[in-house]
Design a protein around this ligand. Structure first.
Ligand code: WT7
Length: 649
């Protein structure tokens, strides 16, 4: 099956559910049935599955919509839900985290272990002066201490802001400054493909000079033992602090609407958005979705391959699984080290039964070939998941056939940093699955595809993906920027959330998510703002203007392509291309590195001066040029196209 142009749903073969267990079917049907009786009753019932110190009074307060409040007056603590409530019975000896390091080292933390260290580190944070409401920045490799740090923050009511360890010092600095953190938690480094990677160096660069005045202490986890600079009075070793910590730290009694974390995500302007999630609704949302979408059972071993620096890691490595008392695998390494069968050996070794990964990874496995699966017993797998970008039907089929052995249904889950929890997905007990379609809204969630006027589109027509009603785990605001919250999500349609994705519905109401409709691109399931990359490029003295687009890429989904106009007296060269790529990496991080850079005399613009990225995308993808009537100077496009063709050949 080949994907058609314009992302029209491809002809697919519906796959009958391979699960024969009747209880799975019943659970799915029951859940869908419950939600049919009323969305609020549904969430009210779901809220009973987490632990509250005090019950809530009002389920949904929409008096200040779209600043919604869920579970008003309810009191709880997220870390209590993830650790304390599991240690009173036999689960205290159950593995909470199975950590596998890049070089094959392993550490297993039982719920008791995790409980203990979360308490200790919470005490450490308090002793460092962290108060309820203070934002703590976490910049870490995939280590158990990263999870411990998140839960310790939650325990003392300090919202965490996790910054992906692959981000550059500049990106880290911006995020620290915006959140005004006093404490930063990091590691001396990590391992990648057997080699030591520095991390503390990035921290030092980010905090250099007069930058980031807010940071008073940096807590450093010793992972690699490499030589690092420790700034006197500022930098402290994690292990020293833990050794002096109290074994117990009382969890703060948090209000349901107290912030749990901020997570920065790219938007359509250069400045990343601090997406704010609160405690009660988020915990109910991720607990419920994790349990039902993956048919989670007590004996499962669950592995999500995301990084904790993204929302997938927050919701489906940390909070969702741990709130359910699950065993969650935490992997530091990469899929191709020491060889391309690393994932399959991990699944086999730990008996992973639920596996959640991204289409970009699956496409890579397809390219490497089925031979890497040979000799690996993957029969422990029961449920597969996909997240981050549309999964092409042929990739779905490969995943189903080769990884799942045609016995595991694939949950294609659509959601966003903003939504906090999965919103569109099939359920494990559904009768059948459509490869390439994320299926329909999770029970208790109301999504639709609408036209410019907000009218639901007809089957097969493309429209905008919207969420009609609030749901517990939704973002509450953008950190310190309520205006942007309103203008980004709530301005287009009255009272309706605009997701920023294009989508279609088919005759059965199944939803086909197509991709972003704004200036956000999706590289290997990671979200990047074109504006951020453009600002990095124009910092170069030779660059006058830059336009960045996401061009279709076989493995990554999209790749970054940049069109650059140079200042007079500067000429394009291979050296300049290399310099510009390096600049972007140093400003943002490796995942933003442009795949290609084209020098052009001018950029196509509308009469009002807006760059028409759609046209650049068409050129980069070698498609027929779209409508150019709004162009200021239609000839520009031909000259760009000629240049591009010359470069590309
Ligand atoms: C954007 C959100 C939520 C986890 C990771 C990304 C795209 C996500 C799917 C899917 C098609 C998807 C959307 C969305 N996306 N999942 N199953 N099918 N597209 O989080 O960085 O906030 O990005 O990822 O375009 O808007 P994020």
């Amino acid at each position: 099956m080949k994907e058609k142009q314009n992302n029209t749903p491809v002809p697919y073969q519906e796959i009958a559910n391979p699960i024969t267990d009747k209880t799975v079917k019943q659970n799915t049907n029951q859940l869908r049935e419950k939600a049919r009786h009323g969305r609020l009753d549904f969430w009210s019932e779901m809220s009973k599955n987490i632990s509250w110190f005090e019950e809530w009074n009002t389920i949904l307060d929409d008096s200040k919509a779209p600043f919604y409040r869920w579970f008003n007056d309810g009191k709880l603590n997220a870390s209590f839900n993830c650790v304390d409530r599991h240690i009173s019975g036999w689960r205290k000896n159950k593995a909470a985290i199975i950590f596998e390091g890049d070089r094959g080292d392993r550490r297993v933390l039982t719920y008791q272990d995790l409980y203990r260290e979360v308490n200790q580190f919470a005490d450490v944070l308090k002793k460092l002066g962290t108060k309820r409401g203070d934002v703590v920045t976490i910049y870490m490799p995939m280590l158990p201490e990263a999870v411990i740090a998140m839960l310790a923050c939650a325990r003392i009511g300090a919202p965490h802001s996790v910054v992906f360890g692959g981000f550059s010092p500049g990106a880290l600095k911006d995020r620290i400054e915006d959140s005004n953190s006093k404490v930063l938690i990091t590691a001396d480094g990590g391992y990648r493909k057997g080699k030591v990677v520095p991390l503390k160096d990035n921290v030092d660069k980010a905090l250099e000079g007069s930058n980031c005045q807010s940071i008073k202490n940096v807590v450093v986890v010793n992972r690699t033992g490499q030589d690092i600079h420790m700034e006197q009075d500022r930098d402290l070793w994690y292990s020293d602090l833990i050794n002096d910590a109290a074994l117990y730290c009382e969890p703060e009694v948090m209000d349901a609407e107290d912030p749990l974390f901020i997570l920065y995500s790219s938007g359509t302007t250069g400045k990343p958005k601090g997406i704010l999630h609160t405690t009660g609704g988020y915990m109910v949302g991720v607990h419920t979705t994790f349990k039902h979408i993956f048919d989670y059972q007590e004996q499962d071993v669950y592995w999500c391959t995301a990084d904790i620096g993204w929302i997938t890691g927050h919701s489906y490595i940390v909070y969702g699984p741990l709130a359910n008392g699950a065993t969650t695998v935490l992997f530091e390494g990469t899929p191709d080290f020491p060889a391309q069968n690393r994932f399959w050996s991990i699944i086999e070794k730990y008996g992973v039964s639920i596996f959640y990964t991204a289409p970009t990874a699956i496409r890579m496995f397809m390219r490497w070939g089925e031979e890497w699966l040979a000799g690996h017993d993957l029969s422990s797998l029961r449920i597969l998941g996909s997240v981050g970008e549309p999964i092409n039907p042929e990739v779905w089929m490969w995943y189903y056939k080769y990884i799942g052995g045609e016995k595991c249904p694939v949950m294609d889950t659509w959601w966003q940093t903003e939504t906090g929890m999965i919103l569109i997905t099939p359920l494990p007990g559904d009768a059948s699955f459509k490869p390439g379609s994320a299926s329909r809204a999770f029970p208790g969630v109301d999504v639709d595809v609408v036209d410019e006027q907000g009218k639901p589109v007809k089957p097969g027509e493309q429209g905008y993906l919207v969420v009609n009603t609030p749901y517990p785990a939704m973002l509450r605001n953008l950190y310190k920027d309520p205006e942007r919250y309103l203008s980004t999500y709530w301005q287009q349609y009255e009272g309706i959330y605009l997701a920023g994705d294009g989508a279609k519905k088919d005759e059965d109401g199944s939803i086909w998510c197509i991709g972003r409709i704004d200036d956000v691109i999706n590289v290997s399931g990671h979200r990047l703002g074109t504006a951020e990359i453009e600002s990095a490029l124009v910092e170069h003295p030779a660059v006058a203007e830059a336009a960045v687009i996401g061009k279709k890429h076989e493995l990554k989904g999209q790749a970054v392509s940049a069109f650059v106009t140079l200042k007079e007296s500067h000429n394009g060269s291979d050296e300049l291309v290399a310099e510009l790529k390096k600049l972007v990496v140093s400003k943002i991080g490796a995942l933003a590195r442009p795949e290609d850079i084209y020098f052009t005399a001018e950029l196509p613009k509308t009469r009002s001066g807006k760059i028409i990225r759609r046209l650049l995308r068409d050129i980069a993808e070698g498609k027929v040029i779209g409508d150019t009537t709004t162009l200021m100077d239609p000839d520009i496009i031909n000259s760009i196209k000629d240049k591009y063709a010359a470069k590309a050949s």
